[in-house]
Design a protein around this ligand. Structure first.
Ligand SMILES: [Zn+2]
Length: 97
């Protein structure tokens, strides 16, 4: 039987000059299939873009406060290298605006 377990987790903005707290809601499918992976998030205070390893389940978990999710990456499909590259690309686009 599949049950869904929710848990709140916190993480900080990776900009060393910013102390914004992010709050996420992690969804774990007990006995079910969980997709491990990363999010690329944007800080609502300083606009800093960085990746965060969410673990399971990357698709059903959500960001409650602190910023927004720009992209989600499934570990089955993407590697950490892909995620870092995507962060770089997004930063480039943002800076050229
Ligand atoms: Zn920040």
């Amino acid at each position: 039987m599949i049950t869904v377990n929710g848990e709140t987790f916190m993480f900080k903005c990776e900009n060393p000059n910013c102390y914004n707290d992010f709050k996420g809601h992690q969804v774990v499918h007990k006995g079910g299939i969980n997709d491990y992976g990363w999010w690329i998030v944007k800080c609502e205070k300083c606009g800093f873009i960085f990746q965060i390893y969410v673990g399971r389940d990357v698709n059903d978990s959500s960001l409650v406060s602190g910023g927004e999710i720009l992209r989600k990456f499934d570990k089955e499909i993407d590697t950490e290298k892909d995620v870092l590259l995507a962060v770089k690309e997004i930063n480039k686009i943002t800076k050229n605006k």
